[in-house]
Design a binder for this molecule. Sequence first.
Ligand SMILES: Nc1ncnc2c1ncn2[C@@H]1O[C@H](COP(=O)(O)OP(=O)(O)OP(=O)(O)O)[C@@H](O)[C@H]1O
Length: 409
Amino acid sequence: MAIPIHLEGTTLEGGGQLLRLATCLSALTSTPINITNIRGKRSGGGGLKAQHLTCVQWLGNASHARISGVGLKSKEITFTPQSSIAIGSEWRNGGDIRIKQNTPGSVNLVLQAVLPYLLFANIGSADAEMEEKIRVKITGGTNVSNSPSCDYIEQVLAPMLSLIGIPPIEIQIHSRGWSQGDASLGSVTYSMTSLRKPLPAFQLCERGHVKSIRATIIAPKDAEQRFRDELDVMFERREERMFRSTQSDVQITFEDSMHGKRFYLLLVATTTTGVRLGRDWLYDHGVRVGKIDSTISNIVRKVSSDLIEELDHEGCVDEYMRDQLVVFQALASGKSTVYGGKRKEALLEPSLHAKTAHWVAKELIDVHFDDDGGCEGVGFGADQQHNAAESVADGKIAEGLKQLHVDGN
Ligand SMILES: Nc1ncnc2c1ncn2[C@@H]1O[C@H](COP(=O)(O)OP(=O)(O)OP(=O)(O)O)[C@@H](O)[C@H]1O
């Protein structure tokens, strides 16, 4: 039996993303891993929190993994998948995949762990009749600090994935779940189509000009007008920095957050090449009575400054999107490049999260990221396609299927 690859959980960022990406790649490639000091750089002792546990358990079920050491607060796990290719039959017949959390752990961090698996695991299937559409419903927090919001997923991540060649992903928010105000649970359904062929290499190198900016406000109803006024003033003042020479096209939407302590703002710029850059803030400081106006000014100032910083570097991704694309570059077929932009003539460094993801991908599938944002991906699925074709050609269809799918029961 293969010796598990050891990953030290305090490496670089030393948080949850290391664990999510490692278990996802392990499940996809059937590579056993052993992670020690899980989330060792986080305060409060580290270890698995509910959201991380959900990710590990789901990926474990999908890949029929043997997992030792798994439980809340676990600091070490050994994850040994038994089968690499695994969209189970129960999910293929129009059935939804349901992933439930009992706490408002971020649904989008769970998505981060399972999405590459759902998209890539069926490549090379020998089952021509197999349903390719997948619907996954995740319960937990839709708007949670330090994680992508559902609004960011809908307005930035999904369109950017579409730009690199992933079939469109639809997001349906049934109800919101928040980490701010009273903690509450929400749920979201993501509809996607699994890949049937390896993802071709992609190039995100042309940023283009900003053609429109969308502002999404989610706040208490009585804060709506103030928010709109602040945004109007900000857009007027900062029009030149945001739109440069193009005509400004701004859209503002408002949703009632139904709670006096829930304030969220997302700004998304769309460019002439289809690139989206976003910055947001789920306000996580105390909201004081009588200080709502200054809270709103503060939010608008910070989020607009953050977006301008992203626009100034001229790169094709915002900081967070760059983190999310690492796995797709690593799995794509051939050299994909993501231009991250420049500051003071020097190439912008990837975030610590992205560097951690580079490291995990190197350890598990031996890919290397260069300073220009390039990575020669492994072309995940090419072998499976070959094997499936051979099995079919040999009349060994049942054997091929056994090799390619995990029965989801
Ligand atoms: N505002 C944001 N918009 C989009 N993505 C975000 C945002 N904030 C954080 N992220 C993304 O969320 C992920 C957070 O990873 P991280 O390892 O910190 O998560 P975690 O599971 O909460 O772990 P930990 O509790 O250990 O910090 C990263 O991929 C990062 O790019």
